[in-house]
Structure formats: C-alpha cells, structure tokens
Design a protein around this ligand. Structure first.
Ligand SMILES: Cc1cc2nc3c(=O)[nH]c(=O)nc-3n(C[C@H](O)[C@H](O)[C@H](O)COP(=O)(O)OP(=O)(O)OC[C@H]3O[C@@H](n4cnc5c(N)ncnc54)[C@H](O)[C@@H]3O)c2cc1C
Length: 397
C-alpha cells in the first residue's frame, strides 16, 4: 500500500498561510523546555484568579486543540473537516465537575450532542469521560471494593449513587443506539478504571448485538491491557455481541508512575516505550484478526502503527474503509496522518473536543504536556509545518 505521511500539501490544505504561521509560533513556544512545566502549573491557577488570561488561551492553545466553546462554533470545524473526507469524534469536554446537578446537565448535553451528530454525515461517534457523569471518589471506592461492586456492600447511599450513574449512561446509549451514533468511553486513571470497564462491558452486551454502538478504551502503556483485550473478546464471543474497542497508548503515564511510587505498589505502566509500542501494535493485529466481531478505533499519532494497520488490511485484502476499522487523531495534532489516511480512502476522524475554556483546561494541559520537547511530538509538528511553509514559498517563487 502506497500511503505516505510526508505529503504536507494534503496535511495542511485547510490552513491558510497565516494559520500555519500561528501554529508554528505555538509549537515553537511549547518547545521551550521550561514553558510547558511552568505553564501547566500556572494556567489553572491564573484561570481561578480572574486575571484576563482567557483571551490569550482562546487565541493560542484553545484554537489549536479545541473546536469551540459551543456546539454552534464547533459545527464550523466539523463542516470544514468534512470537505476533506475527515470524520469527527465529538467530545463535550467537561472534566472533574462534581455534583449531581452538573452530572445531569452533562447527560443532557451528551444527548444533545448525539442528536446533533445524527444530523451530520461525518460525525459517527461521540466521546464520553465517565468522570463527567460520576464522582471520582465513588469510582475509586468501587475500584477498590469488589464487594461493593457485587452489591453485597452495606453502603446503600453509594449503591444508589452508582445506580444513578448507570442510569445516565443507559439514557445516553439508548439515544445513541436509536440515532446510530457510536459512544466511545475514554480510559482514565488506573485507580478508577475497573468500574468503567465493567459498566462498558455491560452496556456493550445490551447495545452491541448487531453493530458496535458502545466502545471501551484500552491504554496499551499498561502492561495488563493486551490480556484484557483478549479476555474482553472472549466474553463478547460468549455473550454474542460485537466488541467495540478504541486503542490508545495512554495519557496519564507520569501521574500513574508517581502514584505507584507514592503508595508503594508495582507500577501498572510498561517498563519502556518499546514495550508499549509492541503491545499497541499487537492489539491492532489482534483486532483486525478478529474483525468479524471486533470494531476497532486506532487512536494514535504514531506513523508506524497507522501504517501497520493499513498494511495488515492490505495483506488480508480487506478494504481500507472496512466498517469495523476506524483511525483517529486529536484535533490540532498529526494532520499529516489524518489527511493522508483520508485521501487514501480510510475511515479517519479528528477527536474534536468543545466546551467553555474554563472546563477544557485539564484537556489542554494534557495536550501541552504531550506536545512538550521531551517526547518529541512538538518536533514532529514543527518539522512538518516548516516543510509545508517552504513548499508554499517555493511554489510562489
Ligand atoms: C482519538 C484519540 C482518543 C484518545 N483517547 C484517550 C483515552 O481515552 N484515554 C487516554 O488515556 N488517552 C487517550 N488519548 C491520548 C493518547 O493516549 C495519547 O495521544 C497517546 O498516548 C500518544 O501516543 P501515540 O499513539 O500518538 O504515539 P507515540 O507518540 O508514539 O507514543 C507516545 C506515548 O507512548 C507512551 N510512552 C511514552 N514513553 C513511554 C515509556 N518510557 N514507557 C512506556 N510508555 C511510554 C505514552 O503513552 C505516550 O503518550 C487519545 C488519543 C486519540 C488520538
């Protein structure tokens, strides 16, 4: 298969010269070694003080990584992506907002997002963080107490709280199934992940009988997740449903390692990057091998992993736009992968968050960390932007 991720003309066709310059400025700033560590500590604090940082954030990092503050604003970005055959995983990015009233409001918002997605031809999925619908402390208690999960526990209040969380997700998934929109449930910190996994499996058993509506997420930076994928597949076969699975490497590595040291337990994270890559690529192979009853979202910026998936499809003589294989990258990152996969005919999307600036700050801080100079993503982005700027200049000359 002849797909190249070096074609920057395809990658940045949607960006004007001015927008390209702006992106270059942002990534260059994030490339300063101390900028991201200091910025990610200061920003949440500055937002709380009421200092006028809102405008600066909106015109820089927010514009690069987020669709807009409202659904209406975000709709413009979705339409632009559609012009390039790029689909959207729409994400109402509320995080860490506790309180039953907030959880109910978020549920209503997710339902609105699904209803909107159903009117558009390029929004096959929405994405949900369970911490937008449930109290973090509750999830942690459930994670730590198997007796509570099985209903033998005597904390009636917590059991009722959990029932309300389940009810919210069931309501969302019922609308999604009715409107034929996928619901992808994000993976979060390992110390709350168990109840997320259990509930997602329960939902899949109900909603994924004919096609995948509900998707779980596995983080292959965890050394136990390839095994978990295989077990999930066994259960799906036994219970006769389609396993929906989004594959990611994982976004909370430093936090995971630090907590394991703090509480003196073995780190759930792989020993090195090569081990994460090995399991990620093995998971791609496993999902495509079992494509009949696994529907997979390959959510990665890693060029090798994306090319591997294309190569496996090709070797198995499966179409690049197989309905059970979807590729996705975060909005604002790796346009060279997204737009070149789209022009090769793959099902590919941008994961597009939206929401008020104050509420998307945790998401933005994760993107800033992911794009700092240590792991090299910024370097990759800058190299591509510079290449495209040079190409445009040469063309004019
Ligand atoms: C569509 C989409 C949805 C996403 N949803 C989620 C989600 O639900 N939950 C979530 O946690 N993340 C999610 N992410 C974020 C994702 O985890 C990061 O973008 C991803 O880890 C970056 O890796 P990469 O596959 O792009 O490849 P690369 O850039 O090749 O890999 C970087 C990743 O490798 C891992 N890594 C780096 N160094 C080491 C090391 N020394 N040892 C072990 N592992 C290492 C880390 O996970 C790091 O982020 C999502 C991303 C996308 C594109």
């Amino acid at each position: 298969m002849n797909i190249s991720f070096d074609n920057t003309e395809n990658a940045f066709a949607y960006k004007s010269d001015k927008q390209l310059k702006k992106a270059k400025f942002l990534f260059s700033t994030m490339d300063y070694p101390l900028f991201v560590p200091i910025g990610t500590r200061l920003t949440p604090f500055l937002m709380k003080t009421g200092l006028p940082v809102h405008g600066i954030i909106r015109n820089t990092i927010f514009q690069q990584f987020v669709g807009g503050e409202t659904l209406e604003e975000t709709a413009q970005v979705c339409k632009m992506l559609d012009e390039y055959n790029v689909q959207v995983i729409l994400d109402y990015a509320v995080e860490g907002k506790d309180g039953e009233e907030n959880f109910e409001q978020s549920t209503e918002q997710f339902i609105k997002v699904i209803e909107y997605a159903a009117t558009q031809k390029n929004i096959p999925f929405i994405s949900i963080k369970l911490t937008g619908l449930a109290r973090f402390g509750l999830l942690q208690t459930l994670n730590d107490a198997p007796r509570l999960r099985s209903g033998i526990h005597d904390h009636e209040e917590e059991m009722n709280e959990w029932e309300r969380v389940k009810d919210r997700l069931y309501r969302i998934c019922e609308v999604a199934a009715d409107k034929n929109i996928g619901v992808s449930i994000d993976a979060e910190e390992s110390w709350i992940q168990d109840p997320l996994d259990r509930l997602t499996m329960e939902l899949m058993e109900v909603f994924n009988k004919e096609k995948a509506i509900v998707y779980n997420t596995i983080q292959l930076y965890r050394h136990d997740r390839l095994h978990f994928l295989k077990i999930s597949h066994q259960i799906a076969q036994q219970q006769n449903f389609i396993l929906g699975m989004k594959l990611v490497r994982g976004a909370y590595m430093e936090k995971e390692r630090a907590r394991a040291v703090q509480y003196n337990y073995p780190s759930p994270i792989q020993i090195d990057k090569a081990s994460t890559d090995k399991d990620f690529n093995a998971a791609i192979g496993f999902c495509i091998e079992n494509i009949k009853n696994i529907s997979v979202v390959i959510a990665s910026h890693n060029e090798e992993s994306n090319l591997l998936a294309v190569d496996i499809l090709d070797k198995k003589a499966l179409p690049l736009n197989h309905p059970h294989v979807h590729f996705s990258q975060l909005f604002g990152m790796s346009d060279n992968v997204t737009f070149n996969l789209a022009s090769a005919g793959c099902n590919v999307s941008k994961y597009l968050p939206f929401g008020p600036i104050r509420e998307v700050i945790p998401y933005l801080m994760r993107r800033a960390k992911e794009n700092n100079s240590i792991n090299g993503q910024t370097g990759r982005e800058l190299k591509l932007i510079r290449k495209e700027m040079k190409r445009r200049k040469t063309k004019v000359a």
